[in-house]
Design a protein around this ligand. Structure first.
Ligand code: UD1
Ligand code: CA
Length: 476
């Protein structure tokens, strides 16, 4: 039987070096708060509860996380406040009363976002029901970290903090990651015996290791080699470094599924601005060029190609579609979809509710919002289609727009199948252009037209023969 799991997440620190108005644990990696990354692991580990220790910016942290979490919960989320912050041992002391009292707790930090769930599972397995397990790594330069002190037989004896370490202890390269698994009944007992008699005058959580040894509770050092998994965020530079490391990991996973990325170092997947989780699903033989950003839920069908520097959010791209460079697609909540074999861009913009059929062509500087374009419809240059229903094979000329907004309300434009809209037309909604009709270039159409009709609505051209332009008078 495996023990019940609770997480204790320390998130009270200020994060001074971020030089930000926002609490550090709310800084974003891949569009998601650092603390949220840590909580996501709780869901994967089937934790019973997670207790977050807040301090600096507590109200902000609690509001941001409680709101985001409600959708994905599956475990009991609690917040406790640590005021003032007297060290990591003191932080965990605040959390313990919120725990059930049995089972095993994993102690984590809210600013260490890239620990993998299987690493934590390994740590948990090492702890079993009644041992303490410390996640450790070996670093070329261990400066600043707590060192793992082992005896001659290699058994962990204690952790010594940098500032309290002797010369010989500072030479130890195996460090404590800040993550441990510990049976709660022991933890509670040991915490009550902590003191702050050390170089920093803090209550060190790490002091409980020596207590475990003294009480005959086995302490296991669970060493991993991937330093990124225990790396914390203290500065904008470290945040950016972990962002790239995370993105590279995502890119490699996609490539393992067969997605062809022109450069795995130049891909970004993020949660969207409303918090919809980054989720890119690709079919077979998908090519993605450099510099693309995918946010929220994006599906890309077999053989589709995404050109350089596209930003695609909450959208479905069907098989064989080609999205040319610099295209911006954002379906927001309504979604956007591109049909099979469609050609989009370069420099196209698809907004919420853009639903494009098979082999639709959308060219440069064309904006489509809340509009359906049936199979084979084309709008190739400099145009706007908003709140429109566009039939099959319609050709929509350069510079034409739907005037869908009268200043108060939005109205629909219906363009039936096989219509040809010339260049520079204004279709003033509500209006319907009958099937097979033609609208002459430069027309402002305010009344619906009959199927098959040619409609022209513009000033009539006049031409005056042999016109002599005014000439400059010679100076007197
Ligand atoms: C801690 C460990 C050290 C380990 C290192 C790994 C202790 C005494 N030392 O050191 O052995 O190598 O992490 O990164 O535990 N926090 C609170 N309340 C506090 C103090 C800290 O919530 O009163 C939070 C911080 O916000 C942070 C985490 O705990 O998320 C770790 O605190 P930090 O000050 O970074 O610990 P270190 O001194 O680096
Ligand atoms: Ca630290």
């Amino acid at each position: 039987m495996t023990a019940q799991l609770d997480l204790i997440i320390m998130a009270a620190g200020k994060g001074t070096r971020m030089k930000s108005r926002y609490p550090k644990v709310l800084q974003k990696l891949a569009g998601r708060a650092l603390l949220q990354h840590v909580l996501d692991q709780a869901a994967q580990l089937q934790a019973r509860s997670a207790v977050v220790v807040t301090g600096h910016g507590a109200a902000q942290v609690e509001a941001a996380i409680a709101g985001a979490q409600s959708a994905t919960a599956g475990f009991d989320l609690k917040f406790v406040r640590q005021e003032p912050q007297l060290g990591t041992g003191h932080a965990v002391q605040q959390a313990v009363p919120a725990l059930a009292g049995d089972g095993v707790a994993i102690v984590l930090s809210g600013d260490v976002p890239l620990t993998q769930a299987d690493t934590l599972q390994g740590l948990l397995d090492a702890a079993g029901q009644d041992k303490m397990a410390l996640l450790t790594v070996t670093m070329d330069d261990p400066t600043g970290y707590g060192r793992i002190v082992r005896n001659a037989a290699g058994t962990v004896q204690r952790i010594v903090e940098q500032k309290d370490a002797s010369e010989a202890e500072r030479a130890i390269t195996e460090i404590y990651s800040g993550i441990m698994a510990v049976p709660v009944k022991h933890l509670t007992q040991w915490l009550s015996r902590l003191n702050n008699d050390n170089a920093q005058g803090e209550y060190y959580l790490t002091d409980i290791v020596a207590m475990a040894v003294a009480d005959g509770v086995p302490v296991v050092g669970h060493r991993i080699s991937d330093v990124l998994q225990v790396a914390g965020v203290n500065s904008p530079l470290q945040l950016a470094e972990l962002e790239r490391a995370h993105q590279l990991r995502v890119a490699k996973a996609l490539m393992e599924q067969g997605v062809r990325l022109a450069d795995p170092a130049r891909l970004d997947l993020r949660d969207d601005v409303r918090g919809a989780k980054a989720d890119l699903r690709c079919g077979q033989d998908v090519d993605i060029d450099v510099g693309c950003i995918f946010t929220g839920k994006v599906e890309i069908g077999d053989g589709a190609q995404i050109g350089a520097y596209c930003h695609i959010s909450n959208a479905r791209i069907a098989a064989g579609a080609v999205i040319h460079p610099f295209t911006h697609i954002d379906g927001e909540q309504a979604g956007a979809s591109v049909g099979e074999g469609a050609l989009i861009g370069p420099f196209a913009r698809l907004r919420p509710g853009a639903q494009l059929g098979r082999e639709v062509h959308i060219g440069n500087f064309v904006e489509v919002k809340n509009s359906t374009l049936a199979d084979g419809a084309k709008a190739n240059h400099l145009a706007y289609l908003g709140d429109a229903t566009v039939g099959e094979r319609v050709n929509y000329g350069a510079g034409s727009i739907t005037a869908n907004y009268d200043g108060a309300n939005k109205h629909r434009t219906v363009i039936e199948a096989d219509v040809h809209i010339g260049s520079n037309c204004v279709l003033v909604a509500p209006v319907t252009i009958g099937a097979g009709g033609t609208v002459g270039g430069g027309s402002t159409i305010t009344k619906s037209t009959e199927p098959g009709a040619l409609s022209v609505a513009r000033g009539k051209q006049i031409s005056i023969s042999n016109w002599t332009r005014p000439a400059k008078q010679p100076k007197a």
